[in-house]
Every structure is written in structure tokens, then in C-alpha cells.
Ligand binder design. Structure first.
Ligand code: GCO
Length: 450
């Protein structure tokens, strides 16, 4: 038997995102987002699902906060929908939009739960996409204005912020691969988008700190431990380039003022439209690094269309580990490896695990109970791996399970269930799964026995 223990004051929480749970897509003055437009376009989302209603969290937020309180959670990571605040991405704030988040935050504080807000979890105002979207460098200035509005409205009660959620995913999936909003497939636009996002990151960081220097600001980076598919020199170099591309493309500019060496034939700064002085402008000395991690990626050297000279082995990069119902490989050691690497490469920064979790289809049995033992095993093994990294010196302050309630899983619609709490999408009934009770116990004891 092993006692797995976490540092004193460790935060136990869950994470969600506005478009995935809120619904109320056109209510109270909210503008259209790129995800509204994308999901309303036939053929984009499995089963034609949309986030129009989702978990109806916009109206049921108090019930959802009560659930977290009953589970004894101490942190809640949620995101703010930009088009609720600025319907067209520019101009004065929509008071009703801000009021929703004020009510949510007040409810959290009253329940003793730390609000940790993400400014951008992918729902760009459609009007800004119509003006060019993230490939248009003006979007950076728009985003910094939005950051300032939100900070002024909520900065007195929210002290933990994430500027972006997974910048690598929304730029890649949205502008290069095209399976997420806005559904574009243009290498040039993608490269420019990544630089605009980095400019926005730096500008928003400075605007927020100017308002309150003591507030804690991070970003939630998607990360996957990159392993060479074989021990050849070529595969090892390819895995390093891929690591630079998927894990550090936004982290390194923020913390070091440069781009990783990810492309085989050298940097592509001209194509990215990086101008004089902008490697300083992208700097954002984050107070913490948020890590969203699900699995590992095995990489092999290859000729690819993007010039990385690398690709995930067997298309997905997964190996022969067990799989979740979504088909993602379960590889707890990836969390250990990634936390260690960031700790070593970035001088032992403060880290929060901002997402980690799994999709399993388990639903209610005849008695109404949901026995998702496989999810419990997933969390137990990943948490044990995390505790090893902490024991070896990583400064990890919190862990957020993805996710609180089953919700809209992007291109997969409602087909994937990542929640600790089951949602019946016909009735909106919430039922904590066995894993929710297990997670509550871990939070209460700040650890577990195996
Ligand atoms: C992401 C997002 C979440 C997802 C989760 C499961 O990583 O894509 O941050 O919104 O729902 O990661 O895919």
C-alpha cells in the first residue's frame, strides 16, 4: 500500500469552458461566436450537435456550484465567453454579460471555491473572424482591450487568471487542420495566427498587470510528452522538434522571447509576419504555467506538408497502452515526464494542472448509480504520477479534473463524456458518478492510499 500525499494548501478542482457548458447562445445580448457559426454549419459536428443549450449552465450555474461545494472542491476553472462581453469583439461592454460572470464568481466565493478564470477558451466573436480572425494582427489589440474590460469588472474578486486555453490547439485545429472553428486550412494563415496570439498574450498580460500587479496570471497550455518512436538519431531529433511545435510554441515566446526551433529548415519568422521588436512584445512572465495533459505522443522523422520533418507515429502517436472510450491512450507517465521537463527547462516555475481527464461512456444502471471504475483508475494513476514529480521537486499547486459535468466535446458533440458528474441532456439532470465521490474523498484527504 502506498500513501499518495499532496502539498499543504494544494487546490483540488475541475475545469470547464463557456461554449461547452453554458448554452444561452444568443441570450442577454451575447454576440455570435465562431463556434456558434461553425456548429450551425451542417456536417461539422458529430450528429449535428451544437452548444446552443449544452448543459444550460447559464441558467443552472448555482446548482453546479452547489455540486462542487458538496464535493468539497476548492478551485473552479471556467472560461469567459468574449462575445457575451463584447458581442462584436470591440466597443463597450455588455453589462448583462459581465453580470452573469459576477453572479457566478460571487456564488463560488460564497461556497469557498477559488475562481480561476480563462479569458479565451476558443469562442472568438464571429465579427472578428469576419475581419480576418487570428491571422489578422489587429485581433491582438482587440483581445487586450477585452482583457482590460474583464479585469476591471472582475479583478476585485478573481485573483487567478488564464489568458488562453490551449493556444496550440485552437490555432492548429482552427486554421491548419480545419476540424475546429473557424474551419480553415491554410498554412500561411495558421503561422500568422500563432504570432498574433503570442502578441495578444503579451499585450493582455501587461494590460491586466497594469490594473492589478498582484493578480496571478498564467495560461493553460496543451501539452503531450513527446517520445521518439525509435532510438534513431533522426526520430530523437524529430521528437524534439515536435515538442517545440506542440508544447513550447506559445510558452517559449512568453517566457524567453523567442520561438522554438521546430521547423526542419529553420525559423519562419517572415511568413509569421514577426516584425522589429516583437520578440520582446510577446514576452509575458507568467506567474504560473497551466498544463492540460491527456496522453503522450510518439514521434517519427518524416517528410510532412508543414516542414516539421516529423509526424506522430501511426498518425495518432499513441502506442500500445490501454485506451479510453474516446480511443486516447492512457499513459500516466506522460504527466510525470511533462511536469519534470517544464520544471527543468523553465527553472522550476509554479505549475497548475489545468486539465487532465478521460472520456468513458458509463451511464446510470437500474438503480440510477454510475459506476465509472475506469475513470477512478485513470485519475488514481495520473495523480500518482503527478505526486512523483512533486516529490522530485516540481512546484505544483493545484489539479483540475476535466471536467465537472459531461458536456459538448467540440467536433464530437455530446458523444464523449468526460464528466465526474453525469448529465442527462434530455432533462439536464446531474448525477455524480462514482468517480465524483472518489475525487471528493481525495480532495478531503489531500491524497489517497493505493
Ligand atoms: C481541450 C479543451 C477541452 C476539451 C478537453 C477534452 O483540451 O480540447 O481544453 O475543452 O474538452 O481537453 O478534449
Amino acid at each position: 500500500m502506498a500513501h499518495v500525499r499532496f502539498p499543504e494548501g494544494f487546490h483540488w478542482g475541475t475545469a470547464t469552458a463557456s461554449y461547452q457548458i453554458e448554452g444561452a447562445w444568443s441570450q442577454d445580448g451575447k454576440g455570435e461566436s465562431i463556434w456558434d457559426r461553425f456548429a450551425h454549419t451542417p456536417g461539422t459536428i458529430k450528429n449535428g450537435d451544437t452548444g446552443d443549450v449544452a448543459c444550460d449552465h447559464y441558467h443552472r450555474y448555482a446548482e453546479d456550484v452547489a455540486l462542487m461545494r458538496e464535493l468539497g472542491l476548492t478551485s473552479y476553472r471556467f472560461s469567459i465567453a468574449w462575445p457575451r462581453i463584447q458581442p462584436t469583439g470591440r466597443g463597450p461592454a455588455n453589462t448583462k454579460g459581465l453580470d452573469f460572470y459576477r453572479r457566478l464568481v460571487d456564488e463560488l466565493l460564497a461556497a469557498g471555491i477559488r475562481p480561476a478564470a480563462t479569458l479565451y477558451h476558443w469562442d472568438l466573436p464571429q465579427a472578428l473572424e469576419d475581419a480576418g480572425g487570428w491571422p489578422n494582427r489587429d485581433t491582438a489589440g482587440r483581445f487586450a482591450d477585452y482583457a482590460e474590460i474583464v479585469m476591471r469588472a472582475l479583478g476585485d474578486r478573481v485573483k487567478h487568471w488564464m489568458i488562453f486555453n490551449e493556444p496550440a490547439i485552437f490555432t492548429t485545429m482552427g486554421y491548419l487542420v480545419g476540424i475546429h472553428a473557424p474551419g480553415r486550412r491554410e498554412l500561411d494563415a495558421f503561422l500568422r495566427a500563432t504570432h498574433t496570439v503570442n502578441l495578444a498574450h503579451g499585450q493582455a498580460f501587461r494590460a491586466m498587470k497594469a490594473h492589478d500587479a498582484s493578480t496571478a496570471i498564467g495560461t493553460a497550455f496543451s501539452m503531450s510528452a513527446c517520445e521518439p518512436a525509435s532510438d534513431t538519431e533522426a526520430d530523437r531529433a524529430a521528437a524534439e522538434r515536435w515538442h517545440g511545435f506542440v508544447n513550447e510554441w506559445f510558452l517559449m515566446p512568453a517566457l524567453r522571447g523567442r520561438y522554438p526551433d521546430a521547423f526542419r529548415d529553420g525559423p519562419r519568422l517572415a511568413e509569421m509576419d514577426v516584425r522589429e521588436g516583437e520578440l520582446e512584445a510577446v514576452r509575458a512572465p507568467l506567474d504560473f504555467i497551466g498544463i492540460n495533459l491527456y496522453t503522450r505522443t510518439r514521434i517519427e522523422a518524416a517528410d510532412d506538408d508543414w516542414g516539421l520533418g516529423a509526424r506522430p507515429a501511426g498518425l495518432t502517436g499513441w502506442g500500445d497502452g490501454p485506451r479510453t472510450d474516446f480511443g486516447w491512450e492512457i499513459w500516466p507517465d506522460a504527466l510525470y515526464a511533462m511536469v519534470k521537463r517544464v520544471t527543468e527547462d523553465y527553472d522550476r516555475p509554479v505549475i497548475e494542472i489545468t486539465e487532465n481527464g478521460c472520456s468513458y461512456a458509463d451511464g446510470p444502471d437500474e438503480t440510477g448509480a454510475i459506476d465509472d471504475a475506469r475513470r477512478i483508475a485513470f485519475y488514481r494513476d495520473y495523480l500518482q504520477a503527478l505526486s512523483r514529480a512533486i516529490a522530485e521537486g516540481a512546484d505544483v499547486r493545484g489539479y483540475h479534473a476535466w471536467t465537472l459535468i459531461d458536456n459538448f466535446e467540440w467536433a464530437e458533440g455530446f458523444a464523449q463524456r468526460f464528466g465526474l458528474v453525469h448529465v442527462d441532456f434530455e432533462t439536464q439532470k446531474r448525477t455524480p458518478k462514482a468517480s465524483a465521490h472518489w475525487f471528493a474523498e481525495v480532495a478531503a484527504k489531500n491524497g489517497f492510499e493505493t
